[in-house]
Design a binder for this molecule. Structure first.
Ligand code: UFG
Length: 339
């Protein structure tokens, strides 16, 4: 299939492009590079030994999107492009609603207008709010604590209504848990701009000495050791989950959790990282981060049953690959500045 991947230069998008190419699909990437780098496109091509078509465009712009759809025969869309920093979404809600919700509407409208029948949407476990764990797809969604989360809830709602009104449109909504790790080549991974918000990139930068100490946000949650519990999933497993969702997409709307089904606390993750990589991660216990919940992990029975997909990689390979990428990434930066 010829697949349009929005946000294909980003962290999850780039790994998914590689998985799609490996599975024999062709890829067109649309990305405005607002939180990604142009050379990721080259890295995708060098890892997969295949060419991709790249458009540097903002997918909330209807004209740019229609231009792509009119130039290529597209069989499916995977829509990743979205702003994703929770704190920033509280500061700039309008930018988040505009960028994340409008882009979804523009793309699904283009699918209707150009007769594209398959749409896979990148959603998040954040839509479950403070429900009881494990999170099951059929749960009523509780209000999220931030505009970012609301953009995902709204986008899901729009896609469900549109797909229900159009029998030629099939939609798969994928709710991600906590993606970590990197490609085994060490060439692509998560490289956030500035100080990371998320735990794993913070850990790798502390281990490398770029940052001094990790702040553990709270040790008084009702969890195994008091620190927050999350369902970490290797980004390569997540990428494979998209290929499975696309290739098995049948008529209607389908919602799937992409996680491992296993919860890991902050302290457990630090320990696993230190043990497998033989490095130290200095940390201090601090107060809770506003908006955080105790535990977040998936019920993964539906995705296993219906798509035959399950995460294969364990916590140790997530820690190892994240660290390999951090080391490699740093070396590349040093080489560039030395030249
Ligand atoms: N944490 C720390 N110190 C840090 C960063 C995080 O202790 O410096 C803790 C958090 O309190 C939490 C855990 O590590 O308990 C994971 O935090 P992350 O920021 O890595 O991830 P979140 O679970 O908060 O959020 C992530 C994505 C969201 C997505 C959500 C879905 O960032 O976009 O998973 O589950 F919505």
């Amino acid at each position: 299939m010829n697949i349009l991947v929005t946000g294909g230069a980003g962290y999850i998008g780039s790994h998914t492009c590689i998985a799609l190419l490996k599975a024999g699909h062709d890829v067109i990437i649309a990305d405005n590079l607002s939180n990604s780098k142009r050379d990721t496109i080259k890295k995708i091509e060098s890892i997969s030994k295949k060419e991709v078509i790249f458009y540097e465009v903002d997918v909330s712009c209807e004209k740019s999107v229609n231009n792509i759809f009119s130039k290529h025969i597209i069989q499916g869309v995977i829509h990743f492009a979205s702003f994703k920093a929770i704190g920033e979404s509280v500061q700039n809600p309008l930018e988040y609603y505009y960028n994340n919700v409008v882009s979804t509407m523009v793309l699904i409208k283009a699918c209707e207008n150009f007769g594209v029948g398959k749409f896979v949407f990148s959603s998040s476990a954040t839509v479950y709010g403070n429900n009881e764990v494990p999170f099951v797809e059929s749960m009523n969604l509780l209000p999220t604590t931030n505009p970012y989360g609301e953009t995902k809830v709204m986008s899901e709602r729009i896609l469900i209504d549109v797909a229900n009104s159009n029998p030629y449109l099939s939609v798969s909504i994928l709710r991600y848990f906590n993606p970590v790790g990197a490609h085994e080549s060490g060439l692509i991974g998560e490289s956030p701009n500035g100080v990371p918000n998320n735990l794993m990139p913070y850990i790798t930068q502390v281990a490398k000495g770029k940052l001094k100490k990790l702040s553990v946000f709270g040790d008084d949650y009702s969890t195994i050791d008091g620190t927050g519990v999350r369902d970490y999933i290797h980004v390569l497993d997540l990428a494979d989950g998209h290929v499975a969702a696309l290739e098995n997409l049948i008529e209607g709307v389908h919602i799937y959790n992409l996680g491992t089904g296993k919860g890991t606390s902050v302290l457990e993750l630090i320990k696993a990282f230190e043990e497998v990589n033989l490095v130290e991660v200095p940390y201090q216990i601090c107060g809770r981060r506003p908006g955080d919940i105790d535990s977040c992990f998936a019920d993964v029975s539906k995705v296993a049953r219906e798509l035959g997909w399950r995460a294969k990689r364990d916590l140790l390979s997530m820690c190892r690959d994240a660290w390999e990428f951090e080391k490699n990434n740093q070396e590349i930066c040093l080489n560039v500045s030395e030249e």
